[in-house]
Design a protein around this ligand. Structure first.
Ligand SMILES: Cc1cc2nc3c(=O)[nH]c(=O)nc-3n(C[C@H](O)[C@H](O)[C@H](O)COP(=O)(O)O)c2cc1C
Length: 491
């Protein structure tokens, strides 16, 4: 049974908890800053709130947005945030993380056009205008988390043995496993450039070249041990993204805003302690050579020196919008998304979730401070439930961030922003409570299409049904559903 960390009834309770833990998380009750428009490139968004990329694993097998994709995006469009950060969308088929991940190419392009059109229409219907809404798409290659075949850019001794794509097929990484060649990466640069061009043709306002969550481009940033032109020195590790940005410059122009969601700290791998079930760091050597934003002598901590140089490099190459994230959803999930109940492939949190929330706020704050004029989107707010808006207000006033992104909270409660900004009653019964059922579904591949779609199981009937079906298929029982219902009653 998971420990219940979030036991607060009022804002004063959370403030008190933050103080007693000694974490720098502050809140404001009076809302002002969250309403502020934000300039991004040549455009202005109507408030300071965003929907983070939240993959639904619900595309068609050839990568087109399908019914549930439309439903999700339309719900986001009606929710009141003025920046919609579209989800992970592969640029090549072999780089998809699951058989239903979206894929952007000339053949799927018309479906993305329809998705964008529907999203804008729903926003206009709800708010009377959409000229102050920006919608973008996140371009990705899943690297070692590609399915069914992991595609690695270097051996990561602390992670390789955790990286396998399919237990039944037994694809595991050992010393014989192939590493992506420089030729492959060079060709992949061109696939990114093509996808950026297509995103522009679709009409997206911005395109995110994803460099977070330990997928391929994130892995390359930490590829210190890789030989050749994409590994080793800082210059080599950043070559891929610099080349992509340089090759896209000529056609990007003013219309398409270049963005990136990047990890500012990858962290080290954690695994479940077999006795306590709590996450513990796996043994590591010093200096630690496998990751980005890590203090190599004290890898449990961040070192932002390279990160800040890197952001500067990105800006020199045309970057206009940055989204900061942390950690790996596969081997240190408490860092990226503070939670109470662990996901199926996870462990109980090794730290109070407020410590994780503060890590996000602090690191993003450092980057925003280094680049005060760059619009920086912050992460890690959903665990705060109905008080997201109060932390958002405070962080904006303190200039720790320019835009607040909401991830899990947006699939749980798509209208949160609208309700919070209109000072309507924010419904506690709708907020995300960090129970990780969404991740459980994401990891479930045992249906006819090889992947279950994901969404908020406790708060959205559609996914409660899907979850029930997935559990029944796995073990023919309702055991986990009962657990879900029990959690729900307590929250
Ligand atoms: C089901 C699910 C899907 C996600 N999909 C993406 C994605 O496509 N791209 C991405 O960058 N992050 C993705 N994330 C991470 C979230 O955007 C976000 O960083 C994370 O949930 C922490 O923010 P939060 O506390 O607001 O939820 C996903 C997370 C979950 C739980």
């Amino acid at each position: 049974m998971s420990k219940k960390y979030f036991t607060y009834k009022s804002l004063a309770d959370v403030e008190q908890a933050s103080r007693s833990l000694g974490v720098d998380i502050t809140f404001e009750e009076k809302l002002e800053a969250v309403y502020s428009p934000v300039r991004i490139g040549g455009r202005i968004i109507g408030n300071s709130l965003a929907i983070h990329p939240m993959e639904g694993c619900d595309g068609t097998l050839d990568g087109r947005p399908d019914k549930l994709t439309f439903r999700r995006w339309e719900r986001f469009a009606q929710g009141g945030a003025k920046l919609i950060w579209g989800e992970a969308t592969a640029v090549v088929p072999e780089g998809r993380a699951n058989p239903r991940q979206l894929l952007l190419n000339r053949s799927t392009m018309p479906d993305f056009r329809k998705l964008l059109k529907a999203t804008r229409m729903k926003h206009r219907e709800a708010f009377g205008r959409d000229d102050d809404l920006l919608v973008g798409i996140q371009l990705t290659h899943s690297g070692r988390y590609s399915y069914p075949k992991p595609l690695i850019s270097y051996y990561h001794p602390h992670v390789d043995f955790l990286t396998f794509s399919d237990k039944k097929r037994g694809i595991r990484i050992n010393g014989d496993y192939p590493v992506l060649t420089d030729d492959y990466l060079e060709r992949l640069e061109d696939s990114y450039v093509d996808a950026i061009r297509i995103a522009s043709d679709v009409g997206f306002d911005f395109v995110d070249i994803k460099q977070c969550h330990t997928y391929l481009l994130n892995e390359l940033l930490g590829a210190r041990t890789r030989p050749g032109k994409y590994g080793g020195s800082f210059e080599n590790r950043t070559r891929f993204i610099r080349n992509v940005l340089a090759k896209s410059k000529e056609f990007v122009g003013d219309r398409l805003i270049l963005a990136s969601r990047m990890n500012a700290y990858d962290g080290i791998p954690f695994a479940e302690d077999p006795v306590t079930k709590v996450g513990v760091p796996l043994p590591y050597e010093i200096p630690y050579d496998y990751g980005f934003g890590i203090d190599r002598m004290h890898p449990m901590k961040e070192d932002l020196t390279e990160v800040i140089t890197f952001v500067k490099t990105l800006m020199e190459n045309g970057l206009k919008l940055l989204n900061i994230s942390l950690g790996s959803p596969y081997y240190n999930m408490h860092i990226g998304r503070p939670f109470d109940r662990p996901p199926i492939d996870g462990y109980h949190p090794p730290e109070h979730p407020l410590v994780g929330v503060e890590r996000h706020f602090r690191i993003t704050g450092e980057i925003q401070k280094a680049f005060p004029d760059l619009p920086v989107v912050g992460t890690g707010y959903s665990w705060l439930r109905k008080f997201i808006i109060n932390a958002a207000e405070s962080n904006l006033r303190r200039k720790r961030v320019s835009i607040i992104g909401i991830g899990r909270g947006s699939i749980a409660y798509p209208n949160y922003v609208k309700d919070a900004l209109s000072r309507a009653d924010v419904k506690s019964s709708m907020v995300c409570y960090g129970a990780s059922f969404c991740t459980d579904l994401m990891r479930s591949k045992n249906n006819a299409m090889g992947q279950y779609p994901t969404g908020c199981v406790p708060r959205d009937e559609v996914y409660a049904r899907i979850y029930k079906e997935s559990i029944r298929k796995v073990n023919g029982s309702e055991a986990a559903e009962t657990e879900k219902e029990k959690e729900e009653k307590e929250n």
